[in-house]
Design a protein around this ligand. Structure first.
Ligand code: G1P
Ligand code: ZN
Length: 543
């Protein structure tokens, strides 16, 4: 088969330290773009010769075409085998699991996560390493350097492969193995959880809804929750993946999954509801009449995981991203285990998981996971909740109330200000950084600042240092605010303001969260001169 070498133009690829290249779909569709990025990736990892890769994506627009391109590149670069999800589908956690189960050298995952899909929406591509997790900083830096100097890529002049049938095919000298995207993942879940117990819970009349948001978890949730655990047909909503996610925004939060939230808030709503995002790594957990914040979810899972077979030996430690509330810290303290605070982004958990320092980890942005894979995992979080509810025989609301009465409550919220002009956002952050040393002692929003800094992470496993990971402001009453600019947006800058207020068990555990955090929000707006810099007062998204 003719192996062709094409000239290509270097470009500014994935920024080092970010987990994947994310751009408008039309950018990815430019001739030679995917090729240049994939060849750069293969060059950066020392070539593809003799290697095995896992490839799959969330099914968004251009998923199928990009996979064909990747297969041609991999074959022309001498890869031995590529394992592809049937129909080009693999959720991010399922891809992570496949890389690990099959001892692959790495994987390419096609997704822009929770961002909309379509010709005029977003696309993304990311490389995961052999532990199943996102490429660490050293690898992304090498990939970036390659994209800026690359001059040629290798490909094949070959017809598209049919990805709809499971089985083995060959492409030149490379084997293309097409696998059921769900099978190995479901097998892992069966090992971790007491499926009989969850089945009995559901058979006993416990009702649930899972919103796949027209994205990749549809087939996974249908197979596991309905076909295997016995949830009635119709329990999984929006279960068929579509290229534009039904023109929706596959982001499982109270804004984009509002119909689901409305459902559980209704008197005749289900006992439990959950949703996942485009590529299946995020989760939102709801119970009848209640929304569980991701920070609380991590804490509840940490406190109860030992009730579930896969975690019966207890946890070795927990980790949370810095902006995530400190609710999990309280559980770790009580359990007498280590608790780590890492920068935003799943890749920082990888070293801790590989080194056996933590079992559970999570982020406020609807990401929860454990050492079973090296990505966050939406459906896993749902099954862990269901298994815990089945053992405890309590409602979501009762579990949460009991948790707050035991550990105290962290009122928590994140405000997102989207598509701010990049220059204005940078100027605001720079001004704030400059005045950090002067903040302690100043009054703001009815409180007094006690300390302020920029978060710097020293990785306890490999000693690497990550600086400037967000601004932290503490107040004398123990409240905390965090400000950082998003690293995943595709339009202008997104400012995130995170607010965390801890009430001990003796405090008021039933305040409206918006009211509980109003003082911190006002303090941050004043200190940062938010309106003067950005013209904004109200956030676009509150989670
Ligand atoms: C966001 C989330 C972060 C998550 C990342 C990838 O990043 O805040 O927790 O790891 O998406 O899903 P950000 O846009 O804030 O940089
Ligand atoms: Zn995602």
């Amino acid at each position: 088969m003719p192996r062709l070498t094409h000239a290509c133009t270097p470009f500014d690829g994935q920024q080092p330290g970010t987990s994947g290249l994310r751009k408008k779909t039309r950018v990815f569709m430019q001739p030679g773009y995917v090729e240049t990025f994939v060849q750069s990736t293969l060059n950066a990892i020392g070539g593809a010769a003799g290697k095995t890769f896992v490839v799959g994506g969330d099914g968004r627009y251009f998923n199928a075409e990009a996979i064909q391109t990747i297969l041609r590149l991999a074959a022309a670069n001498g890869a031995a085998r590529v394992i592809v999800g049937q129909g080009g589908l693999l959720s991010t956690p399922a891809a992570s699991n496949l890389i690990r189960q099959r001892g692959a050298d790495g994987g390419l995952i096609l997704s822009a996560s929770h961002n909309p899909g379509g010709l005029d929406a977003d696309f993304g591509l990311k490389y995961n390493i052999s532990n199943g997790g996102p490429a660490p900083e050293a690898v992304t830096a090498a990939m970036y350097a390659e994209t800026r100097t690359i001059t040629e890529y290798h490909s094949l002049d070959s017809a598209d492969l049919d990805l709809t049938q499971a089985g083995e095919n060959s492409l030149d000298r490379m084997t293309v193995e097409i696998v059921d995207p769900v099978a190995e993942y479901a097998a892992l879940m069966r090992k971790l959880f007491d499926f009989d117990r969850i089945r009995a819970l559901i058979a006993g009349g416990f009702s649930l809804r899972f919103d796949a948001m027209h994205a990749v978890t549809g087939p996974y949730a249908t197979a596991i929750l309905q076909d295997e655990l016995g949830a009635p047909k119709g329990s999984v909503l929006n279960a068929v993946p579509s290229v534009d996610f039904g023109k929706g925004h596959p982001d499982p939060n109270p804004i984009w999954a509002k119909p689901l939230v409305d459902m559980v808030m209704a008197p005749d709503g289900p006992d439990f509801a959950a949703a996942s995002d485009g590529d299946g790594d995020r989760n939102m957990i709801l119970g009848k009449g209640i929304y569980v914040t991701p920070s609380d979810s991590l804490a509840v899972l940490a406190a109860n995981a030992h009730l579930v077979p896969g975690y019966a030996r207890g946890l070795v430690g927990v980790a949370r991203s810095m902006p995530t509330s400190t609710a999990a810290d309280k559980v770790a303290a009580k359990l007498g285990i280590e608790c780590f605070e890492t920068p935003t982004g799943w890749k920082f958990f990888g070293n801790l998981l590989d080194a056996g320092r933590v079992t559970l980890c999570g982020e406020e942005s609807a990401g929860t996971g454990s050492d079973h894979v090296r990505e966050k995992d939406g459906l896993w979080a749902v099954l862990l909740w269901l298994n815990i509810l089945a053992v405890r025989g309590m409602s979501v609301q009762a579990v949460l109330q009991d948790h707050w009465q035991t550990y105290g409550r962290n009122y928590y919220s994140r405000h997102d200000f989207e598509a701010i002009e990049t220059g204005a956002a940078n100027a605001m952050m720079a001004e704030l950084v400059a005045k950090l040393p002067d903040l302690p002692g100043t009054a703001a929003g009815g409180s007094v600042v006690s300390a302020a800094d920029q978060f710097c992470y020293h990785d306890p496993v490999d000693g690497s240092v990550s600086e400037n990971q967000g601004i932290r402001i503490w107040f004398e009453d123990g409240h905390r605010a965090v400000l950082r600019l998003s690293g995943t947006g595709t339009e202008g800058a997104t400012l995130r303001i995170y607010m965390d207020r801890y009430e001990p068990t003796t405090g008021d555990l039933a305040i409206d969260p918006g009211l509980a955090l109003a003082g911190i929000a006002a303090a941050v707006a004043g200190i940062s001169r938010l309106h003067a810099h950005t013209g904004r007062n109200e956030p676009d998204v509150i989670t």
